[in-house]
Ligand binder design. Structure first.
Ligand code: GLU
Length: 479
């Protein structure tokens, strides 16, 4: 093989564009519109100094806006030393397609700060975050109706609370100030179920996939989720919640967990909570008494299992290992974990991939609910919960009256009354809204996958549905 024939690993941004190109090749878009959708509208780089430990430290941050066909634009802010323009642009593009696919009315954006959060104390991180938020807010890159950040790798509720407070200090009369970021703690305008949302979405996505025996067969699997062997890569917020729900509620066996410092494996299944607690205390899996430790964690991606869930960084399944991946089903809980080159190889082998723009959309979906809650200034369920209960009580009382008549020979089961009377609170409503969103979006991908001959995989199905929706927004604007 000549050197030029060797498959090349594209960068992250190129990888997303290659997937986009594969989808638009099957569509009938004008070349101008195609390009308009593909390109990133703007990327802002801010450099700012913060005086810490007796010195001025200069930090570099990014906020990239991929598409403003709908506003506000939406997407997380990541804290990691490797953050760069290529990465935030790729992630911003994925946000555009993700929001379109799950019908969340936002454009796509993403941000990042080049920092290793583990190197700084909490009060230092607060000073850095507030200064970063100030730089973004003064350019309307944090704004309830323009650009609404959220947590991503290396950030959490804590950073969102600081950012929201910083914005509120700069906009003291803005009644909607709280809607300037999502993923806030509950006591600062957050919503129940946001922390678990991405992991919960992965669970709902898998449940929906397994409701379709034909799709399950395409992956060479059979039956339901019960007893399926799962390997997870990355045990942060997303990986942990996905593993917890799949093992506790769906009977999956978590046979492998891969972290930065190695992996844990157990054929009988790892105890998810014990692993989480260990990592919380020791910062990694080394020394954890659960299962057996494997030093070369990356190799565990290549172990046999039914479902592989990459839930950390982009590009972990690439040209170097794609050929050796044995899992017949991959669900992308992270953004961009499979490179475009690896995607080609895996498709060739018949691996079914549930793509990131669908699989990890749970986070932004619940962010949308939080944003709506902030703008409506009322907790979901507050008006109707007791009214629903009272309505249900009418029925219960009537049933109780009838069952008191022993001649009819039937009675209510013991806990029916409590279960039936329980009105839905915010958490139940959020989960139900998320479940509905995940099911509906899967149906729209599935229709393409099965209904259009040249749509051979779920990723291209997802991209075509999303791009079509973005295109029709642009057309409606007269572009
Ligand atoms: N960072 C998450 C993602 O990549 C959430 C974004 C959001 O909630 O806006 O989807």
């Amino acid at each position: 093989m000549k050197d030029t024939d060797t498959p090349r690993e594209p960068g992250f941004r190129d990888s997303v564009d290659l997937m986009f190109n594969r989808a638009v090749a099957l569509m009938d878009l004008s070349p101008g519109l195609e390009q308009k959708i593909r390109v990133c509208n703007a990327t802002y780089i801010v450099r700012f100094g913060v005086r810490l430990r007796g010195h001025i430290h200069t930090f570099t941050g990014y906020r990239s806006v991929h598409s403003e066909h709908l506003e506000p634009v939406k997407g997380g802010i990541r804290y990691a030393p490797e953050v760069n323009q290529d990465e935030v642009e790729a992630l911003a593009a994925l946000m555009t397609y993700k929001c379109a696919l799950v019908e969340v009315p936002f454009g796509g954006s993403k941000g990042g700060l080049c920092i290793d959060p583990r190197e700084w104390d909490e009060h230092e991180l607060e000073a850095i975050t507030r200064r970063f938020a100030y730089e973004l807010a003064k350019r309307d890159l944090i704004h309830p109706s323009q650009n609404v950040p959220a947590p991503d790798m290396g950030t959490s509720e804590r950073e969102m609370a600081w950012m929201a407070d910083q914005y509120a200090r700069m906009n003291t009369t803005d009644i909607n100030a709280r809607a300037c970021v999502t993923g806030k703690p509950l006591n600062s305008g957050g919503i129940a179920g946001r922390v678990e949302a991405t992991g919960r979405g992965v669970q709902y996505a898998l449940r929906e996939f397994f409701r379709h025996p034909e799709d399950v067969r395409r992956a060479g699997l059979s039956g339901g989720l019960d007893g399926k062997r799962v390997i997870l890569q990355g045990f942060g917020n997303v990986g942990y919640h996905a593993a917890k729900f799949l093992s506790e509620e769906d009977g999956c066996r978590i046979v492998g967990i891969i972290e930065r410092d190695g992996a844990l494996m157990s054929e009988t299944g790892l105890n998810v909570q014990n692993v989480r607690d260990w990592i919380g205390k020791h910062g990694g899996v080394t020394g954890c008494p659960e299962g057996r430790h494997v030093d070369d964690g990356a190799r565990v991606l290549e172990e046999e299992c039914d479902i592989l869930i990459p839930a950390a960084l982009e590009g972990v399944i690439n040209l170097t290992n794609a050929e050796r991946i044995l899992a017949p089903l991959i669900i992308e809980a992270a953004n961009g974990p499979v490179t475009a080159a690896a995607d080609d190889i895996l498709r060739g082998k018949g691996t079914v991939i549930i793509p990131d723009l669908y699989a990890n959309a749970g986070g932004v979906t619940v962010s949308y609910f939080e944003w709506v809650k902030n703008l409506s200034h009322i907790r979901f369920g507050r008006m109707q919960r007791r009214a629903e209960e009272a309505h249900h009580l009418l029925l219960i009382e009537e049933l109780e009256r009838l069952s008191a008549d022993k001649r009819l020979g039937w009675e209510l089961s013991p806990d029916f009354k409590t279960r039936y009377l329980r009105g839905a609170g915010e958490l139940e409503l959020v989960r139900s809204g998320l479940d509905d969103t995940m099911r509906t979006a899967y149906q729209s991908m599935r229709e393409r996958w099965h209904g259009q001959e040249n749509v051979t995989d779920l990723r291209i199905a997802a991209f075509t549905v999303a791009i079509e929706r973005v295109a029709s927004s642009y057309r409606a604007k007269g572009l």
